[in-house]
Write a protein that binds this ligand. Structure first.
Ligand SMILES: [Zn+2]
Length: 139
């Protein structure tokens, strides 16, 4: 996958924020965040599509004192700032983990994000996200 197909972060985040404000669930406790996470990484959906990640799932760390912009993922962990303890942000970071391309926000990332949103948030959210990606020229 070529880096030429990379979508800039601003466009990616704009597309997601257009849709996420309608569909996001903010988890109010760490337990709710972990419940969503645990169900996702243990799901048959993830097992079938991303067996490598299913076998060795990243650790989820909730960083209460970390600013939103510092939410990130590495191959073995996701660190969520308090305000990114949402189903949407978890899907976003997990999509990075499952993405094996060299692009950061590239076609494979967007495909995975659509799949995760459709399965773990709702089919309507997936459809809305797809429209937002199309509107901004991401897809
Ligand atoms: Zn990202």
């Amino acid at each position: 996958m070529s880096l030429a197909t990379e979508t800039d972060d601003v466009t990616c985040y704009t597309a997601e924020s257009m849709v996420a404000r309608l569909w996001t669930t903010y988890f109010k406790t760490d337990e709710q965040t972990r419940e969503f996470w645990d169900q996702m990484i243990a799901s048959r959906f993830v097992k079938c599509r991303w067996p490598r990640v299913y076998r060795r799932p990243p650790k989820l760390k909730i960083m209460h004192a970390m600013p939103y912009s510092k939410t990130f993922c590495a191959t073995n962990r996701i660190e969520l700032a308090l305000f990114s303890c949402t189903d949407w942000d978890i899907c976003h970071e997990f999509a990075h983990i499952c993405d094996t391309s060299k692009a950061h926000h590239g076609p494979m990332f967007f495909d995975i994000q659509l799949q995760l949103v459709g399965r773990f948030i709702s089919p309507e959210a997936k459809r809305s996200l797809r429209y937002a990606y199309l509107a901004l020229g991401v897809l």
